[in-house]
Design a protein around this ligand. Sequence first.
Ligand SMILES: NC(=O)c1ccc[n+]([C@@H]2O[C@H](COP(=O)([O-])OP(=O)(O)OC[C@H]3O[C@@H](n4cnc5c(N)ncnc54)[C@H](OP(=O)(O)O)[C@@H]3O)[C@@H](O)[C@H]2O)c1
Length: 261
Amino acid sequence: MSSGVNVQRQSEIMSNNIEGKVVVITGASSGLGEAAARHLSAQGATVVLGARRADRIQSLARELTARGGKALAVTTDVTHRDQVKKLVEAAVQTYGRVDVMLNNAGLMPQSPLDRLKIDEWDRMIDVNIKGVLYGIAAALPYMKQQKAGHIINVSSVAGHKVHAGGAVYAATKHAVRALSEGLRQEVKPYNIRTTVISPGAVATELPDSISEPDVAEGFHKFYEEFAIPADSFARAVAFAIGQPDDVDINEILFRPTKQEL
Ligand SMILES: NC(=O)c1ccc[n+]([C@@H]2O[C@H](COP(=O)([O-])OP(=O)(O)OC[C@H]3O[C@@H](n4cnc5c(N)ncnc54)[C@H](OP(=O)(O)O)[C@@H]3O)[C@@H](O)[C@H]2O)c1
């Protein structure tokens, strides 16, 4: 290893290796995405915020900018591939590059299969799987060209375990892990890092996407008892990004200490 490489690595270790990076975040209007945006911005990252609720991401971008950060809000529905492409293009046009793509947008309208909530199955597949794929498709060409980048996909404990009543959500989150592992192997020639983060119960608006009243009641009780704050996720993201460039954190699974499942 040349001394130049040694010096660069030492500086990556000494710095947080987050400052100055351009991080695109889908689902940045609430919960995990919002927490990650705040945490990374506080550490000097430039954040590009995507979600459908424009008012939320715009006011978050204003707040982060007022604190001295760099932030841009781009209204994005991840089920539209052209909108996800525009989100990443906005990052590159405004800030010159995309260092991290955090494919976080998702929803969890859980219900037993025999309730035939087929529109909700479609929605989960569209947002949780196809939304992640569109994020990969949007960021990959730039990262290949840069010969650098980091794609972070959000799975779940449900990407590791299936329980009755959660088959479709678990299927989407298993798919995210499969895609992430395939991506990891394929992007080696381009010096791109890949991470899949699988959280347990974290206090966000996620259970609000459950439409079946009895299922929603059970989840709200579970979350009230077990869920931990969203900064837990934000620190996991920062840990993965903050490693020196030759360290690729491929998978993080975390739960509330109290959570058994
Ligand atoms: N909280 C947990 O316990 C937990 C555990 C494991 C995994 N996760 C995963 O974490 C991710 C974030 O969820 P969260 O817990 O932070 O829930 P949340 O507070 O409900 O946030 C979900 C985010 O996804 C966005 N979103 C939903 N549909 C979208 C669409 N079509 N286009 C663009 N954005 C969309 C929402 O923004 P708009 O509505 O403004 O578009 C929102 O910002 C999800 O993938 C979820 O499956 C969460």
